[in-house]
Design a protein around this ligand. Structure first.
Ligand SMILES: [Zn+2]
Length: 314
C-alpha cells in the first residue's frame, strides 16, 4: 500500500446543475445546492516524493477512475456520517510551467468531494474553510514499481542517488485499488510539507530518515509501542549473546596467553564491535582447542535456541 499526501484547495464557489447531478448520483434522494458542501482536493501528482517514489502519469489516469466514489474521512476514531465526505469528481490537471524532478510536466490528480450540510457536519466545514483541515493522506495499491534508472523491478540503483544527473526513484505502475482518504488536522502555523504521515511499514523509514515532525494517530502510537517492546527484547538477547562472546574470549585467551593480565583483556573486548568480538572469540577458541585438544569444557558454550551466527539487528 502506498500512502501519499494531498491538499485541500479553496472550496468551489457555487454548485451548478451539472455538479449537483454528479453529487446526486451518490445520494438516495435529490439534494439541493444549499444542502451540500463541496470542496476541492489535490490527491497526488507525478512528482518524486520523499519516499523516492512517484506515480507514472498513466497511473494517475487509472487512479482518476479508482478514486471516484471513495470517501474522505475526518476522524479515524469516530467514523460517523458527519465525518465523511465523498469524492464525486476527479480530474487530471496539467501544469506545463512546472517540471518534476524526473523532467516531466507536472500532472496533478484533483478531486471534488461533498458532504451534506447538517448540524453535525458544521464543525468539519468550519475546519476546512478556516484551513485547519488542509492535508489529506491518500492510499492506494499498485501492482508494480520499477526503477526510474533501469526500468527493472529490482536492481542495484540506490534510490535518491543521482544517475546521469537525475535522482533514481521508484515509478509506481498499474494501480489496482484506491482506499478512502483521510484528513489530517494541521495546526495553522506549521508550513505545508513539514508533516509526514507515518504509513504502514513506515516506521523504519521514519527513524532512518532526516528529522521531521510527525502526527500520529492512536493506533500508530500503539504500533510504535509494540515495535519498541519487540526491539527491546531483541536488544536483551543481543546483549546476552555479546556477554557470552566476551566471557568466551576471556576464558580462551587466558589459556592461550596466560601471561596477559585479565584487566587488559577485559578492556580490550569491551571496545570491540560485535563482529570483531566474534572473530576474536573464534580465534582464541580454536587456538585453545589446539593447545588443549582433549578438554571437553572448551567446546563453544552456546545456549539452546541461540543463533549460530547471531543475527541481531541492534
Ligand atoms: Zn535500477
Amino acid at each position: 500500500m502506498n500512502t501519499k499526501e494531498g491538499l485541500v484547495r479553496k472550496a468551489p464557489e457555487g454548485l451548478g446543475p451539472e455538479e449537483m447531478e454528479e453529487i446526486n448520483r451518490y445520494t438516495r434522494r435529490t439534494y439541493q445546492p444549499e444542502e451540500v458542501y463541496a470542496f476541492s482536493l489535490v490527491l497526488c501528482d507525478n512528482e518524486v516524493d520523499r519516499d523516492n517514489e512517484r506515480f507514472a502519469v498513466e497511473s494517475l489516469e487509472a487512479l482518476k477512475e479508482l478514486f471516484l466514489g471513495k470517501t474522505c474521512i475526518f476522524d479515524h476514531e469516530r467514523k460517523s456520517a458527519n465525518q465523511t465526505a465523498r469524492i464525486y469528481r476527479t480530474g487530471l490537471e496539467r501544469v506545463p510551467e512546472k517540471t518534476t524532478q524526473a523532467g516531466e510536466e507536472l500532472v496533478r490528480l484533483t478531486a471534488r468531494a461533498y458532504l451534506p450540510r447538517t448540524s453535525g457536519s458544521q464543525e468539519v466545514i468550519e475546519l476546512i474553510e478556516s484551513g485547519i483541515l488542509k492535508e489529506v493522506s491518500v492510499s492506494c495499491s499498485v501492482k508494480r514499481k520499477v526503477c526510474s534508472a533501469c526500468g527493472r523491478e529490482s536492481c542495484q540503483h540506490e534510490k535518491g542517488k543521482l544517475y546521469g544527473g537525475k535522482p533514481a526513484h521508484w515509478v509506481l505502475l498499474e494501480p489496482t485499488d484506491a482506499y478512502e482518504c483521510s484528513f489530517v488536522a494541521v495546526p495553522a502555523q506549521r508550513g505545508a510539507g513539514v508533516v509526514k504521515r507515518f504509513g504502514a511499514g513506515g516506521l523504519d523509514k521514519l527513524l532512518e530518515g532526516p528529522p521531521q515532525e510527525v502526527l500520529l494517530t492512536k493506533s500508530q502510537t500503539r504500533e510504535i509501542g509494540k515495535r519498541f517492546r519487540e526491539l527491546r527484547q531483541q536488544a536483551l538477547w543481543g546483549q546476552a549473546y555479546r556477554r557470552e562472546l566476551e566471557a568466551g574470549a576471556l576464558r580462551y585467551s587466558a589459556i592461550v596467553q596466560p601471561a596477559m593480565p585479565r584487566a587488559v583483556m577485559e578492556s580490550a573486548v569491551k571496545g570491540l564491535a560485535l563482529e570483531e568480538l566474534r572473530e576474536m572469540e573464534k580465534t582464541y577458541r580454536q587456538m585453545a582447542q589446539k593447545a588443549l585438544p582433549l578438554a571437553p569444557q572448551l567446546a563453544p558454550r552456546r545456549q539452546e535456541g541461540e543463533p549460530e551466527n547471531g543475527q541481531f539487528i541492534i
